[in-house]
Design a protein around this ligand. Structure first.
Ligand code: NAD
Ligand code: IPM
Ligand code: MN
Length: 342
C-alpha cells in the first residue's frame, strides 16, 4: 500500500483537504491515507509543540504528504509555523518549492489587456535556507533600544541545487530573480551559481531580473514567463502575486520537494483563511491541484492529467466557489470536479 500522510491543519485547511482526498479516492488509486488531524492550533496551544516526534515519524515514513494550511488568530504563528511547516521543509530537506500558476479561464485574469493575460509559469522557490533559517536574535527586547537580527543564509550547495532543478523543468526559459544590485554577498553567490548552472544547460534560454522589476513585469506581461527561480522570501511573495494573476489564492497549488529522494509535501499556497473558515466558502481547487502534483510526484501522471482536466471543465463552466465567480460551496465545488472524473 502507498501511504499518504494527510495533515489538514486549521481554518479552511480541513475543508479543502477533505475535497482533495475525495478526488484521490474517486480515482481509485489504491492510496492509503494516514490522517494526522491532531496537528492543529488547539494542540499547539496545549503542548507548545507543532509536530510531536510521533507525528513527525508518521510523516517521514509516508510516501508523501498532503497538507492543508496552518495558522490561527491569537497564537504565535511564527513559532507554530516553524514547528510544523518550516520544520518539514527544513528537516526533510525539501529544498524546492514548486509553485505553478496557470490561467484556467480568461475571466479569472485581473488584467485588462487580453493579449497579456496568459499565465503558465512556475515559481521555483528555494525552500531550505535564506531568511527563513532562524539565525539571529533580539537584543534589549521590548525596550526602545531593541535590536532584531534575522540573517539571510545562502549556501553554494543550496543555491546551485535549486537552480539546477529550475533548469531541469524548463520548457522554454528560466529567469533568475534576485536583488544582487543591493544585497552584496548573497547576491554575488547567487550570480556565481547562476553563471555555473546555465553553463551546464546551454540549451535553455536564460535571463535575469531584479525582484522589483520582476514584480512589475509580472503584471505588465506575465505571458513571457516560463520558470522563475528565486530565493525563499521573494518566492513566497511572488507566488501569491502569480496566484492572483491566475484567479486568486484559492487556485494555487504547490509542492515542497526533495527531487533526489522523491519525497514531497503537497499543499495549496494559501493559508488557513480565518476570515472565511467554517463558512463553506473556501475554494478547494488549490488543494485539489496540489493532489494532482502529488500524483505526478509519486508516478501517477495519468491521474494528475485527469484531475487537471476535471478542474478545467468545472471552472470554465462556472461550477465553482464565489471567489472565482461561481455560487457553489466548498463541498459542492469539490463534487462538481469529481463529477467530471466519472
Ligand atoms: P490566507 O492565504 O489564509 O488568506 C489571504 C486571503 O485569501 C483571505 O482573504 C482569504 O479569505 C483568501 N483565501 C485564501 N485561501 C482561499 C481559498 N481557498 N478560497 C477563497 N479565498 C481564499 O493568508 P493570511 O490571511 O495572510 O494568513 C492566515 C493564516 O494562515 C496566518 O496564520 C498565516 O500565518 C497562515 N498561513 C499559512 C500558510 C500555510 O499553511 N501554508 C500559508 C499562508 C498563510
Ligand atoms: C507559504 C506561507 C509560509 C511561508 C508561512 C505560513 C510560514 O506563507 O507557504 O507560502 O512563508 O513559507
Ligand atoms: Mn506564502
Amino acid at each position: 500500500m502507498t501511504v499518504i500522510a494527510v495533515v489538514p491543519g486549521d481554518g479552511i485547511g480541513p475543508e479543502v483537504t477533505d475535497e482533495a482526498v475525495k478526488v484521490l479516492d474517486e480515482l481509485g488509486l489504491g492510496l492509503d491515507f494516514d490522517h494526522l488531524d491532531e496537528v492543529n492550533a488547539t494542540t499547539f496551544r496545549k503542548t507548545g509543540a507543532g509536530l510531536s516526534p510521533e507525528d513527525f515519524e508518521r510523516i517521514r515514513s509516508a510516501k508523501s504528504v498532503l497538507f492543508g494550511a496552518i495558522g490561527a488568530p491569537g497564537i504565535n504563528n511564527s513559532e507554530y509555523g516553524r514547528g510544523v511547516l518550516i520544520k518539514m521543509r527544513f528537516e526533510l530537506d525539501l529544498y524546492v518549492n514548486h509553485r505553478p500558476a496557470f490561467l484556467w479561464d480568461a475571466r479569472l485574469s485581473p488584467l485588462r489587456d487580453e493579449r497579456r493575460r496568459n499565465v503558465d509559469c512556475v515559481i521555483v522557490r528555494e525552500n531550505s535556507e535564506g531568511l527563513y533559517v532562524g539565525v539571529g536574535g533580539r537584543v534589549r527586547a521590548d525596550t526602545p533600544d531593541e535590536i532584531a537580527i534575522d540573517e539571510e543564509v545562502n549556501t553554494y550547495r543550496g543555491v546551485s541545487r535549486v537552480l539546477d532543478y529550475a533548469l531541469s523543468i524548463a520548457r522554454k526559459s528560466v529567469c533568475l530573480v534576485d536583488k544582487s544590485n543591493a544585497v552584496p554577498n548573497g547576491g554575488k553567490l547567487w550570480q556565481r551559481c547562476w553563471r555555473e548552472a546555465i553553463e551546464r544547460r546551454p540549451d535553455i534560454d536564460c535571463s535575469h531580473l531584479y525582484v522589483d522589476a520582476a514584480a512589475m513585469k509580472l503584471i505588465a506581461d506575465p505571458s513571457v514567463f516560463d520558470v522563475i527561480v528565486t530565493n525563499n522570501s521573494y518566492g513566497d511573495i511572488l507566488s501569491d502575486l502569480t496566484a492572483q494573476l491566475a484567479g486568486g489564492l484559492g487556485m494555487a497549488a504547490s509542492a515542497n520537494l526533495n527531487p533526489k529522494t522523491g519525497f514531497g509535501v503537497y499543499e495549496p499556497v494559501h493559508g488557513s483563511a480565518p476570515d472565511i473558515a467554517g463558512q463553506g466558502k473556501a475554494n478547494p481547487v488549490g488543494a485539489i491541484l496540489s493532489a494532482a502534483l502529488l500524483c505526478e510526484g509519486i508516478g501517477l501522471s495519468e491521474a494528475a492529467l485527469a484531475i487537471r482536466g476535471a478542474v478545467s471543465t468545472a471552472v470554465s463552466a462556472g461550477r465553482c466557489t464565489p471567489d472565482i465567480g461561481g455560487s457553489l460551496s466548498t463541498q459542492e465545488a469539490g463534487a462538481a470536479i469529481r463529477a467530471e472524473l466519472r
